[in-house]
Design a protein around this ligand. Structure first.
Ligand code: DP6
Length: 361
């Protein structure tokens, strides 16, 4: 069946959760390939709460590539998107959709155009890793559409070129992004440390302090940090390699005390590195600082940590409770300190578990 002669549309829909780093990625050694200055480790969240849903469609009637994010058309001229698309296209295979009588030959992918519609079910660019879920979902859905026969790890190296943290959203559970050594970035990819069933007592609570877009994007912020912060050099070389080993141990042994200490310390050091940047970058606000104090005080009064906190490039708090009981007590505490309809800027809570990549198509 000749592709040009038909007016068909072939589409795939996928859903990808976001991930939250417990050992942070901050700083690139190669900006184009997106190669980091250190390894990082994350937890993939429950897709029912924070996820991107993307539908990718191909048809001979499309005259150019187009994309809509949350219903609004956006430009596709960016180098990162084009890198991902080029990498996926070069691995495309024949596609045969018997049910709808559609056949696409490998060589046709070069001339066919795409329409992409993507939705985030949470605030975009507010420091809740929207780019991680977005780019991971884009790569995953395009790979399905074009029948790419690569494993998740190879796909993660492609998603990395869209947004660094996206490579970790290709897996559920606990995920490590290995920084790699190769110049071409082939060995800079994500691996799963433990699947989503491992350590399923943990409960994740996100306090949405602000859903406004951040003033300094992660990309710009980390570029300025790499250029100006001495603390980052120390962190990447001396601190993170040791923390990664300890964090892997803590996850393997479900050792919440170590997990919480490492998670909180790494979040605080990431924000210290932002402060050590010239000009300094402030991602947290007063409400974020109050949340840290509340959790720190409670953990100390209990003798053993009940909750870990971590903040990405924004003021929103991601808290990981050791179990459901701790999560309930945490919510009670937060509601006491930040009552609904009070004048605090804490406006929403999202509660969920760790989870897995879902194919919704
Ligand atoms: C603070 O992955 O958004 O969330 O690679 O430039 O797209 P780019 O940056 P991005 O940075 C995420 C930074 C972070 C920490 C983390 O997720 O590890």
């Amino acid at each position: 069946m000749a592709v040009e002669a038909e007016k068909w549309v072939h589409m795939v829909t996928a859903q990808t959760p976001t991930n939250i780093a417990v050992i942070k990625y901050w700083g690139k050694r190669d900006e184009t390939l997106i190669l980091p200055v250190n390894d990082s480790i994350s937890v993939t969240l429950d897709p029912d709460h924070l996820c991107t849903i993307t539908t990718v469609a191909v048809s001979p009637s499309f005259d150019r590539d187009r994309m809509w994010l949350n219903g609004k058309e956006i430009s596709l001229s960016g180098g990162r998107f084009q890198s991902c698309l080029r990498e996926i296209r070069s691995r495309a295979s024949d596609v045969e959709d018997e049910e709808n009588g559609i056949k696409i030959a490998k060589k046709d992918w070069e001339k066919l155009h795409l329409h992409i519609a993507s939705y985030n079910n949470f605030p975009t660019a507010a420091g809740l890793a929207s780019s991680a879920a977005g780019l991971a979902c884009l790569v995953f859905s395009l790979a399905k559409l074009m029948n790419v026969k690569e494993d998740q790890s190879k796909l993660s190296a492609i998603a990395r070129q869209g947004s660094g943290s996206a490579c970790r959203s290709l897996y559920g559970g606990f995920v490590k992004w290995i920084m790699g050594k190769d110049e071409d970035g082939r060995d800079s990819l994500a691996v799963q440390l433990a699947d989503e069933k491992h350590w399923d007592d943990l409960v994740i609570i996100i306090a949405v302090v602000s859903s406004r877009q951040k003033e300094t994007s992660s990309t710009t912020g980390m570029r300025e940090t790499v250029e100006t912060s001495l603390l980052l050099k120390h962190r990447a070389k001396e601190i993170v390699p040791k923390r990664i080993l300890k964090m892997e141990e803590a996850i393997k042994n479900r050792d919440f005390t170590s997990f919480a200490q490492l998670t909180c310390a790494d979040s605080n050091q990431f924000h210290a590195v932002c402060l050590d940047t010239s000009p300094p970058i402030f991602y947290m606000n007063d409400t974020s600082h109050r949340i840290i104090s509340i959790v720190e005080k409670w953990n100390r009064s209990e003798g053993t940590p009940q909750v870990a906190y971590t903040f990405d490039a924004g003021p929103n708090a991601v808290m990981i409770a050791r179990d459901r009981k701790a999560a309930t007590l945490l919510l009670q505490r937060l509601l006491f300190y930040f009552p609904p309809n009070s004048d605090t800027d804490l406006n929403n809570y999202i509660v969920g578990d760790k989870s897995i990549l879902q194919d919704a198509g």
